[in-house]
Design a protein around this ligand. Structure first.
Ligand code: CP3
Length: 351
């Protein structure tokens, strides 16, 4: 399908664009009153994820409001561990919790690799309904968590911890953790492959917690399992661009580019100018405004956008984004100020 707006796909391939494409991680979320209304209709977040029509409704909300350059599937990275039978719940104010965390060899052995079109059919249905809803307007990003990031939630049993349990497993029983990561690599590979079959135009792997590992451990436990997913995707869907995002992964960009990914996501702690000098001839770069800046005055937001555009410099291969998900406290008009500034200021970098 030829898309009316293919700026994002061209930027991912480092082709020329008229202006820098922009989207926001978590662009459909609680900072939007219309999202909160849809979520209330569904009852709770997981019920929203399991209702394809409502998923499509919330995907469209930020697109209608701001005119972004990409849509992203509405779902969560924890759908895979949920389908593995761990019992996912979202506890108000505490985030995700698993009733049956994975702590020993028996629990790892009991885990199967979910079939996307049966155990995760609701996600594939959401992709199909969203793809149809978008028509030929915009590209749709499918996604998965990285095996390491999924394993942190599965082993710790909850988010936002110091990672002692999973790091201890990594140090004391590396083979056990590797067998869990192998199952997660296989599961994420099939899941992402199926999202493309259902209509996704690009894929992103969210490695939210790779940055908590020592460099050697990052390679073994986070990067290598992601590299296996990229290798699988390049075999089955060679033309679908893949974005890797390791939060706090700025020191690993060269080896991340070695995986064969098409683009790397950067958080705000990485300097975009030196990142481009290091890897910009091999991959596109996505990022990297600090999401906290969107709480500040719109004039400061505009100046922050100008700084990010200037840091990347002239030419294609840049996708404007936040360095992590948009915060719940963000006034929607401030997100609009950022997006408008990208539209106004970026054409000068493409002449
Ligand atoms: O970007 C998008 O708009 C697409 C949707 C998306 C969600 N989660 C929706 C969501 C994506 C890409 C994710 C990925 C995700 N989920 C990650 C990786 C990205 C990142 O932020 O680092 C992680 C670590 C998760 C796990 C997760 N899901 C957490 C930690 C939370 C927050 C829990 C809380 O209550 O604050 C979620 C819930 C979640 N996922 C929400 C949304 C819109 C909020 C749910 C709600 O409506 O209450």
């Amino acid at each position: 399908m030829t898309l009316k707006n293919d700026l994002f796909l061209r930027a991912l391939k480092r082709q020329p664009v008229e202006r820098t494409p922009v989207w926001m991680m978590r662009q459909a979320g609680r900072y939007l009153p219309e999202y909160r209304a849809s979520r209330a209709k569904a009852g709770d977040f997981l019920s929203l994820c399991k209702n394809a029509e409502l998923c499509c409704e919330v995907v469209m909300q930020p697109l209608d409001r701001f005119g972004l350059d990409a849509a992203i599937l509405f779902s969560d990275i924890l759908t895979i561990p949920d389908a593995m039978g761990l019992g996912l719940r979202f506890v108000e104010g505490e985030g995700p919790v698993f009733d049956r965390p994975v702590r020993d060899a028996r629990a790892v052995e009991a885990i199967g690799v979910p079939d996307p079109e049966t155990e995760l059919r609701y996600v594939m249905d959401a992709v199909r309904v969203i793809r149809k809803g978008l028509g030929d307007t915009l590209p749709l990003i499918g996604f998965s968590g990285s095996p390491w990031t999924l394993a942190t939630y599965m082993v710790e049993g909850a988010g936002g911890s110091d990672f002692h349990t999973i790091k201890r497993m990594a140090y004391d029983q590396p083979e056990l953790l590797e067998s869990l990561l192998a199952k997660l690599s296989a599961a994420a590979s099939l899941y992402l492959e199926a999202q493309v079959a259902a209509g996704a135009d690009a894929l992103m792997i969210f490695d939210t917690w790779g940055g908590v590992l020592a460099p050697h451990d990052y390679v073994q436990f986070s990067l290598e399992p992601m590299a296996r997913i990229v290798a699988h995707l390049k075999k089955v869907h060679p033309d679908i661009p893949v974005i890797l995002f390791t939060k706090n992964g700025g020191q690993h960009l060269e080896i991340m580019a070695d995986t064969g990914a098409d683009a790397l996501g950067l958080d705000w702690t990485t300097d975009l100018t030196s990142a481009r000098a290091r890897v910009g001839h091999r991959v596109a770069l996505q990022g990297n405004l600090d999401p906290v800046l969107l709480l500040a005055d719109p004039a400061r937001i505009r100046a922050g956008v100008a700084r990010v555009l200037e840091a990347y410099g002239k030419g294609g291969g840049h996708i404007f984004n936040l360095g992590h998900g948009i915060l719940q406290q963000t006034p929607p008009e401030h997100a609009k100020a950022m997006i408008d500034a990208v539209r106004e200021l970026s054409p000068a970098y493409h002449r």
